[in-house]
Design a protein around this ligand. Structure first.
Ligand code: NAP
Ligand code: HSE
Length: 376
């Protein structure tokens, strides 16, 4: 199949590199601003859209615009689209799926969640048999790289972010990685496949950037390790989701996910917990996921048809959890315990809902962590 690649950056160049060893895929054109990057580059998208030989477009430019317009134009011109761009997918998945269906082509996006890990395909295989009860996990390589460095090497937050950027893990604007938008997008995309619904980013998302070396050291003394977790569950037509630091026992599987690795867990009735572990970011792992989607389109492989027909509304009252909240002063209130460490006051809550948590921390400067179910 002849394809075009939009964006010859970290991921796009990886797609080209892997395709060189495959007889079924030929990259005919690359859309780039800098034409010197590769001899098949063009900066005119019409050359790709009007090329009848190109049957599939890989979008790995990033950002919302013009990625949205380019994806829609490809689908409307009856070209399959494979994208790694979680930001645009989490916002416009409904429109992309509709356009693909109306034009008899495929829209696939395995690389958008978990980089090289086939977790969306895994969810779809589970869905062939049964519903998903819960999804949760480490969805972002950059934030895990930072937390792992802070824990193992006692580094400060921002010194490790620069390394993650140099290694090609971080987004062009790394605030997406450290403020949780990237995980939010991946939760929205995974939710669509797990629960057949398209939710908006209306659930709580707490930034990672407030965690300090002192917090990591205090949690270590308590036998905990902090990991940045996205999760989602449903009950009837309601759902609850969040993006926040969770505290795991140091011997938990999540606690031992190192470097830029991800671990995404899918829970279902007959399977119990299935954990998808691997490189969640980086040139070749992510490109591999894109290539897998292309090969699946060529060979007609689909485990479970993607549908987002169900309607869900966000509820902050579905589940109760225990939280550890760090403030710089002692609060009055109904806490299980409060511990002082250096100048920090760690408040341990009883089991409370998300609605109660939001009320408790409103207007206050604090670090929010949730005790994982293993600990609670
Ligand atoms: P990147 O290295 O910044 O590459 C993007 C490329 O697209 C750059 O060469 C950029 O050129 C080009 N580009 C952007 N807008 C363009 C336009 N309008 N016309 C032509 N070329 C354009 O980014 P990346 O890391 O490969 O990520 C690409 C996408 O994959 C993002 O959506 C990202 O979220 C997703 N993703 C990345 C990873 C990863 O590990 N890196 C993993 C999974 C998913 P300029 O630099 O000149 O702007
Ligand atoms: N910036 C993302 C991460 C890339 O660090 O996980 C993969 O989606």
């Amino acid at each position: 199949m002849k394809i075009a690649v939009l964006g010859f950056g970290t991921v796009g160049s990886g797609v080209y590199e892997i395709s060189q060893n495959l007889k079924d895929i030929e990259v005919k054109k690359v859309l780039e601003k800098d034409l010197s990057k590769i001899n098949i580059a063009t900066d005119n998208y019409d050359e790709i859209i009007n090329d009848r030989e190109i049957e599939l477009v890989v979008e790995c430019m990033g950002g919302l615009h013009p990625a949205y317009e380019f994806i829609m134009k490809a689908l409307q011109n009856k070209k399959h689209v494979v994208s790694a761009n979680k930001a645009v997918i989490a916002k416009y998945l409904d429109e992309f799926l509709k356009a693909a269906q109306e034009n008899g082509v495929e829209f696939r996006f395995e690389a958008s969640v978990g980089g090289g890990i086939p977790c969306l395909a895994g969810i779809q295989k589970i869905r062939r048999v049964e519903n998903v009860d819960k999804i949760y996990g480490i969805f972002n390589g950059t934030s895990n790289f930072i937390l792992d460095n802070m824990y193992r090497f006692e580094n400060e937050f921002f010194t490790t972010l620069k390394t993650a950027q140099e290694l090609g893990y971080a987004e062009a604007d790394p605030s997406a990685d450290i403020d949780g938008y990237d995980v939010t997008n991946k939760v929205i995309i995974s939710f669509a496949l797990a629960y057949d619904g398209f939710i908006k980013n209306e659930f709580p998302c707490f930034t990672l950037r407030d965690i300090t070396k002192e917090d990591v050291s205090y949690f270590r003394k308590k036998g905990y390790i902090a990991k940045y977790i996205g999760e989602a569950i449903t009950s009837g037509n309601e759902y609850q989701a969040s993006v926040m630091l969770n505290l795991f026992p140091t011997n938990a599987l999540e606690g031992n996910v190192l470097s830029n690795y991800n671990m995404i867990t899918v829970v279902s009735h007959t399977m119990g917990e299935v954990k998808f572990y691997g490189q969640g970011a980086g040139k070749l792992p992510t490109a591999n996921a894109i290539i897998q989607d292309i090969l699946d389109i060529i060979t007609g492989v689909q485990f479970h048809k993607t549908s987002i027909a169900k309607k869900y509304s966000y509820s902050p009252n579905l589940l109760k959890h225990k939280y550890v909240l760090r403030f710089n002063e002692e609060l009055k209130g109904n806490f299980e315990k409060i511990e002082k460490d250096r100048n920090n006051f760690y408040h341990f809550t009883s089991e409370i809902s998300q609605a109660e948590l939001i009320k408790l921390i409103k207007g206050k400067d604090c670090l929010v962590t949730k005790l994982s179910e293993v600990l609670a």
